[in-house]
Design a protein around this ligand. Structure first.
Ligand SMILES: Cc1cc2nc3c(=O)[nH]c(=O)nc-3n(C[C@H](O)[C@H](O)[C@H](O)COP(=O)(O)OP(=O)(O)OC[C@H]3O[C@@H](n4cnc5c(N)ncnc54)[C@H](O)[C@@H]3O)c2cc1C
Length: 303
């Protein structure tokens, strides 16, 4: 019996859906990537713990995926197991007057709508970020002046020894697109609690719609991408530098520096991993030569 057969039978026992030789194109917003050996849709902390134990005992390579909205996956695929912490592990609850609890697979947009419906303010900035709560905490996702660190209170995660641990926000080392979870590659976020403030339903709704419309106006949402392709360099903006260097619209194969928002590399239809890497390398080289700024890729490479 191969490990994939054993793992499939464990998944059946845990009621987790699993798929063999699944294309990562279907699980990343860039719509790029080859196949993985097995993709498992995680449905609870307990299933995650059991599956992790299985993988660690056998030294099998794995990767935790949320909605894949900040991922650039290799066309050669991933020779291991994808643990997809997304909609099958999604639950939101109000705690007391002003706190919200959610599991890691909860969609950020659903979380924002839940907050709005409960007249709780603080997460408006996150409306429209196409990730999960877990992926957002991992990256300390942010937009329009807000960041996860402004609202998160605490979280639970599974550590390297497959134990469930809790952590307070002050210990999460949250800074620009960084958290303790991005340092500790073995930790998997399972849930989190947010401290919100009481607000006015109409005002919260208005703010969320205003920010969503800004996204629609400024971002090339009609094409697959992983959002901002480069991190914001200290003292400037990646999109501004790229535009100043005249790189808007530059392309390699199916990958293009968006003409709508130069901070986005988009997939025009048939972009490969190599196309994106070659294009981003060219952009980085040119920006460095012309402006002295060193751009860093924001998406996580999955290979
Ligand atoms: C059109 C578009 C617009 C975007 N706008 C923004 C924006 O305004 N602001 C912003 O910050 N980002 C933005 N992004 C990027 C992305 O949506 C965010 O970074 C998001 O938080 C990633 O969440 P995810 O669930 O998709 O994570 P994934 O992309 O699946 O994973 C990202 C990283 O998080 C890790 N991870 C995921 N879940 C867990 C977990 N439960 N435990 C531990 N690690 C985990 C993964 O291993 C991976 O390393 C945008 C992307 C797109 C496509």
């Amino acid at each position: 019996m191969t490990y994939t057969d054993e793992l499939s039978s464990l998944c059946r026992k845990l009621c987790c859906e699993c798929r063999a030789e699944e294309s990562l194109k279907r699980h990343t917003t860039f719509k790029i990537g080859g196949n993985c050996k097995i993709l498992i849709n995680i449905n609870s902390s307990n299933s995650l713990k059991e599956i992790l134990k299985f993988l660690k005992e056998r030294n099998i390579k794995y990767f935790v995926l949320g909605k894949g909205s900040n991922i650039l996956a290799d066309d050669n695929g991933f020779d291991g197991v994808i643990l997809k912490v997304s909609k099958d592990f999604s639950h939101i609850e109000k705690i007391g007057e002003t706190e919200i609890f959610c599991t890691a697979g909860t969609s950020l947009s659903k979380l924002c709508i839940f907050a709005m419906e409960n007249s709780l303010s603080g997460l408006e900035f996150a409306y429209g970020i196409p990730g999960t709560a877990g992926g957002a905490l991992f990256m300390n996702a942010g937009a329009y002046g807000g960041e996860l660190r402004d609202v998160v209170k605490s979280a639970h995660y599974i550590n390297e020894a497959c134990e469930i641990c809790s952590i307070d926000a002050k210990d999460m080392k949250l800074s620009y697109r960084h958290s303790i979870f991005s340092e500790q590659s073995d930790w998997i976020i399972t849930d989190m609690t947010f401290s919100m403030i009481k607000g006015d339903y109409e005002q919260i709704k208005e703010k969320m719609n205003e920010l969503l419309n800004k996204r629609k106006d400024k971002q090339p949402l009609e094409f697959p991408s992983a959002g901002s392709t480069f991190k914001r360099p200290e003292g400037s903006y990646a999109s501004l530098l790229i535009e100043q260097c005249g790189l808007k619209g530059m392309s390699v194969g199916g990958a293009e520096v968006s003409t709508k928002h130069s901070g986005f590399v988009i997939n025009k239809g048939d972009a490969t991993f190599e196309d994106v890497i070659k294009l981003t390398d060219k952009v980085r080289k040119c920006v460095l030569e012309k402006t002295g700024y060193q751009l860093e890729l924001e998406p996580i490479i999955l290979k």
